[in-house]
Ligand binder design. Structure first.
Ligand code: NI
Length: 173
């Protein structure tokens, strides 16, 4: 079931999400719905708060292959280490029609759980690292536009107010 994605201005997007203690059937179903929503909205990542649920879970698919749909689910993801620097043009399903260059670490070491509750550690680079950093920010109530300079941000906010929900790029998280 495809879910509605909350857009900029919704207070849920600014809340800090709660850790998941046990992966229940309900959470598994939410993960499946989030994956479906991500593909419907043509995004490469989606965090639970974006569909109105303040828990620490996100889905992502950097390959974005609609045929095979190899989406991954990350429960309680946390960044243990990060390094390097990489500038990338970001967008967000919750900030439709807006894109901007954001500098973030190029690589991260991530710890997360899967839907069976197993803990994993993984090193990620470039686009995967970017998506995970962007989505983990959502779990902390942070949006990519928060990284922009005040001037750039005020220009974007004007544009944002004038925009409808129509624009959706491929690299939109
Ligand atoms: Ni986003």
């Amino acid at each position: 079931m495809s879910l509605e994605v909350l857009v900029y201005g919704d207070p849920v997007l600014r809340r800090k999400s709660q850790p998941i203690e046990t992966v229940t059937e309900e959470i598994r179903e939410l993960a499946a719905d989030m994956i479906e929503t991500m593909y419907v909205e043509e995004g490469v990542g989606l965090a639970a708060p974006q569909v109105g649920v303040s828990i620490r879970m996100l889905v992502a698919d950097a390959e974005y292959d609609e045929e095979t749909r190899p989406a991954r689910v990350f429960v309680n993801p946390e960044i243990l280490e990060s390094w390097g620097e990489w500038k990338f043009d970001e967008g967000c399903l919750s900030v439709p029609g807006i894109r901007a260059d954001v500098v973030r670490p190029e690589a991260i070491k991530l710890r997360y759980q899967d839907l069976d509750g197993n803990v994993h550690e993984e090193e990620m680079h470039e686009i995967w690292a970017r998506i995970l950093q962007h989505e983990i920010d959502h779990l902390d109530g942070k949006l990519f536009v928060d990284y922009l300079s005040p001037i750039k941000r005020s220009l974007i906010m004007k544009k944002l107010k004038a925009l409808a929900k129509e624009s959706k790029g491929r690299i939109t998280v």
